[in-house]
Design a protein. Sequence first.
Length: 273
Amino acid sequence: MTAPEAVVAPMRPLLAALLLAFATSAEAAPRILCTLVAEAGSGAVLLEEGDCSTRTTPASTFKLALAVIGYDAGFLTGPQAPVLPFRAGDPDWGGANWTRDTNPADWLRHSVVWYSQRITHALGAEALTRYARALSYGNADFSGDPGFSNGLDRAWIASSLAISPREQVAFLNGLVSGTLPVTAAAMAQTRAITQSHATGGWLVHGKTGTAYPRRADRSFDYARGYGWFVGWAEKDGRTLVFARLTQAQERSEGSPGTLTRSRFLADWPGLAP
């Protein structure tokens, strides 16, 4: 064996392991179901890749619509009001940020499920359905899981409410253009509490969403979670609206929504025309 071969030989197992790890990582990446980008105002589609017309659960992206509804109905009154207390029995799987007093800005920032539930229970299914239909928000179905009467608790989380990426973008276009059939203040306050991220010279505002499909036995399939990132991006006076939807191929440490946002923000400079 020559000297170079003697050096390379011990490295072969390491190289093989690295290649296997890379392949495994690539296989585990969430599958992009749709990426849709449109010009705000005109709604002209600039990029559409994948199936953007099939409806699925909106998961926590519904919080943007619920914020619009909550402000228009008067339940929400500002970025810091109302402050609502965590109560025993409220969903707490989001960690410490879910087990403390919460205002609208915190609600969107930390995606607090129980705060959404306070709004939905205060307004009721009839009002929510009426608003969703007026906003053309998907199928406007707040019935919840069949036979469980849980629509006000989770219609938007892998349950009855469903929306397509195209419908998401149409709603977002109305939100940023100020043309939704609600008060201007409701739209402005919703925009103000939406989280933003800088990438490639753009300021990207958006909301993530994560939900796991149910199996026949009602358990959740954590290996096939849906991930959303929807919102709008601004640069030099121009505004684009977007939606990306993914589905996991195996269970991962990060939530599908967070992973979708991270990848989208990395991709965005190459996606924006």
